[in-house]
Design a protein around this ligand. Structure first.
Ligand SMILES: [Zn+2]
Length: 277
């Protein structure tokens, strides 16, 4: 049973060319993107959805994140932003984080894994296969440095149930938390659905990047459309996932709070309506 839900920003990315990512501002101004993570308190221990950047990334950014990512995304390096420090600030014990469910294993989602070596990490089988068997160009996105502590992987593949017409995997039998395969950005990318009272949350990871993509309003910055094609692994599957998410949002948006990993406006929206269960 989930007793409390916290929305956290565990990494701020400040790439050049704000207009590219937001449709506003100048070409030389920096954008502000977040790494939206969710912490679930339960009587049996805590669950973290995505981990953002971790303490080792702050201490050794070039080694941990790679110079390409570091130069392109220009992360703000702050220990206070890491999940482990925010969990301490909430008065909770980081050692009580027993499960982590990353939406996928790109470096901006896995940096905090090593701060919770005791946690079991639940991933889609195809995602772990791609991340551990890295060949170029995957070496650019999956950082073996983030897995040097040998995470306790729990690999999932087969759907156990249906959720609003999506196939769903329940990694923890006692918890209303579902992994929803939203493939394409990476081979085993998933959304994470969490029951929140009478509604659901759906963390969509990098299946989309801008809130307008979930609406009939087509004012999505051109740069976002370019960016998501540059970082996709399976174009057709990614487009299918995006189309199904938009349909879900239009038909069930009153029942599900849908958000992605990097949109600061969506994080602000969720922070403003966070509730205890
Ligand atoms: Zn990302």
């Amino acid at each position: 049973m989930i007793t409390r839900i916290h929305h956290l920003n565990c990494g701020t990315l400040c790439p050049y060319c704000q207009r590219f990512f937001t449709g506003q501002g100048g070409l030389t101004e920096r954008a502000r993107l977040v790494c939206h993570c969710v912490l679930l308190e339960t009587p049996e221990g805590h669950v973290l959805v995505d981990t953002g950047l971790g303490t080792a990334d702050v201490e050794r950014p070039a080694y941990r994140l790679g110079s390409g990512f570091f130069k392109m995304m220009n992360p703000r390096l702050s220990l206070a932003d890491t999940a482990i420090e925010q969990i301490k600030s909430l008065g909770l014990n980081p050692r009580d984080v027993l499960h982590i469910v990353p939406t996928h294993l790109d470096s901006d989602h896995t940096g905090g894994l090593s701060d919770f070596p005791q946690a079991r990490v639940h991933v889609h089988k195809r995602e772990l296969g791609a991340a551990l068997d890295t060949k170029f160009p995957d070496t650019l996105r999956f950082r073996k440095q983030h897995f040097e502590h040998r995470p306790k992987w729990s690999v999932h593949e087969h759907a156990t149930e249906s959720w609003f017409g999506f196939q769903a995997i329940r990694p923890l039998p006692v918890l209303d938390l579902l992994m929803i395969p939203l493939l394409g950005h990476t081979r085993g990318h998933v959304g994470v659905a969490i029951r929140n009272g009478k509604k659901w949350l759906l963390h969509c990871g990098d299946a989309y990047y801008h809130h307008a993509q979930m609406t009939e309003n087509e004012s999505v910055p051109t740069g976002i459309k370019v960016f998501e094609t540059l970082v996709q692994t399976q174009p057709e599957k990614r487009k299918q996932s995006l189309a199904r998410l938009k349909q879900l949002s239009l038909e069930h948006g009153h029942e599900i709070d849908i958000f992605c990993a990097h949109d600061p406006l969506e994080l602000d929206r969720m922070l403003s309506c966070s509730v205890s269960g």
